[in-house]
Design a protein around this ligand. Sequence first.
Ligand SMILES: NC(=O)c1ccc[n+]([C@@H]2O[C@H](COP(=O)([O-])OP(=O)(O)OC[C@H]3O[C@@H](n4cnc5c(N)ncnc54)[C@H](OP(=O)(O)O)[C@@H]3O)[C@@H](O)[C@H]2O)c1
Length: 258
Amino acid sequence: MHDWLEGRIAIITGASAGIGEAVARDFAHRGARLVLNARRESRLREIAEDLGPERVEIVPGDAADDAVIDRLFAAARTRFEEEADLVVVNAGRGLNGSVTTSDTAEWEEMIRVNLLGAAKLMRAASHNLLADIENSGVSWQQEARDIVVLGSTVGRHVSPFSSMYGSTKFAVNSLAEALRREIGPKGVRVSLIEPGFVRSEFQGVAGYAEDWFAEVVDRIGPVLTPEDCAEIISFIVSRPPAVHLSDALIRPTRQDYP
Ligand SMILES: NC(=O)c1ccc[n+]([C@@H]2O[C@H](COP(=O)([O-])OP(=O)(O)OC[C@H]3O[C@@H](n4cnc5c(N)ncnc54)[C@H](OP(=O)(O)O)[C@@H]3O)[C@@H](O)[C@H]2O)c1
């Protein structure tokens, strides 16, 4: 059976760990070529080595930096001599606490990466994918073009215990749907993925107390793995070009809230 992922060129930010790494591995196993970004170059090199350097290019750096974003698209072009046709807007971080309890010293950095970085990449991806439809002679019916955006369940349902983080994901949720309405009619699929609890480096970076997270896992676990999310993202982007599953809310079965 034809796999619509075979031969595609995917840019993935935040690919050195967690969901981004799992997506990179799943895409590679299904025949895609990859441009991977994260700040930890050594981790990206290890993953590239593992997946086969012939199918992976790495662009280390801050995913919210304009020059890095430009390099992602340029890397696809120079390395694979084709335009990227699939962009996973994944780099991001959590922050423990609410409006009243979270560390205000972390607010700007989180908003910069989760919201501004995501918006800049969505904009660049839109320009590049639309230009490719225009210039390549390969129509959207022949080959799918995708932008996949990592939102969160707390970007759809209000969570009083991680409300500052949730606010960035509410913003990303609205941007993804707005962008879908803008460029879907031109043949680019914009899909929003909204995971619940996923065990990854996220909890440590966000500063969750270990005993609090252990209690969550006891109550609602097993929580999701990055691979659970990757499998669903691969399913979405491997639909035929005229089929769009635009929104996926993925929870551990026993997660009642949010
Ligand atoms: N885990 C969850 O429960 C959960 C639930 C819903 C949504 N999400 C969302 O899913 C996405 C991935 O989360 P995850 O669980 O996979 O977290 P993770 O394991 O902490 O991975 C985050 C990835 O993003 C990269 N990253 C962070 N800041 C970056 C920056 N400024 N520039 C480039 N790369 C950066 C990290 O690599 P470097 O440190 O090497 O840069 C890492 O590869 C995030 O957008 C997160 O908000 C997670």
